[in-house]
Design a protein around this ligand. Structure first.
Ligand code: DX5
Ligand code: ZN
Length: 216
């Protein structure tokens, strides 16, 4: 069964407490926070204080996706915000080992994300040190984009690299019940979905389908 991580970027920002509760009650496993700096990606979203203020609202596993240039400069802000996992972009870090060390020393799980043009094999030197790999299946920056099927071989290759290790393999961008099935068949086990969940009439039904995507 895949884990499901609704992305708050697609939620109604006027009532984020309710939207978080809705995701939780609908069966979500993780809650995905998209943090954008307007440099690494051409968009802005929210910061560490937002994550901190949401922490008392939900018992979900907080999955923070940092789309910021040089995340090491931002990590002190994120230290006590209640993030369970912080995933940084490979392309954004001039010193990735320092980022990994910083998070591990503070007991926060660490992930690496790859943009669509970055090959899976760059992960090889870091595999034993990380908890999560996030493969972007759209160009990062905006919700509601179309899934890129050309990322599927990269998902398979990432699964080969992880092997039987317990690093999670997360996919993000254009995930719906159809594309989730393809991703799971290629080895993904965490599904981020924004629009597919928050724009749905019955989010619980979508989350159930995502949980079992690719299983039969
Ligand atoms: C895009 C973000 C995604 C986005 C997914 O840069 O990383 O998490 O919110 O949204 P959907 O599921 O609508 O493509
Ligand atoms: Zn994301």
């Amino acid at each position: 069964m895949a884990l499901v991580a609704p992305s708050l970027l697609a939620a109604d920002f006027g009532c984020l407490h309710e939207q978080t509760k809705l995701a939780e009650n609908a069966g979500a496993d993780w809650l995905h926070f998209d943090i954008m700096d307007g440099h690494f990606v051409p968009n802005l979203s929210f910061g560490a204080d937002f994550v901190r203020q949401m922490r008392p609202v939900s018992g979900l596993f907080f999955d923070v996706h940092l789309m910021v240039e040089e995340p090491l400069n931002f990590l002190p802000m994120f230290e006590n915000c209640g993030a369970d996992l912080i995933t940084v972009h490979y392309e954004a870090c001039s010193d990735l080992p320092a980022v990994i060390r910083h998070l591990k020393e503070r007991g926060i799980k660490v992930g690496i994300s790859l943009k669509p043009q970055t090959p899976a094999d760059v992960l090889a030197p870091y595999l034993k040190d990380i908890d999560n790999i996030l493969i972007m299946t759209v160009e990062p920056g905006f919700g509601g984009q179309k899934f890129m099927p050309r990322q599927l071989p990269k998902i398979s290759r990432t699964r080969e690299l992880i092997g039987s290790g317990d690093t999670t393999l997360e996919v993000d961008g254009g995930i719906n019940t159809q594309t989730a099935e393809l991703c799971v068949k290629h080895g993904a086990n965490v599904l981020v979905a924004g629009s597919a969940i928050f724009k749905a009439e019955q989010p619980a039904q979508i989350i159930r389908q995502l949980h079992y995507a690719g299983e039969k």
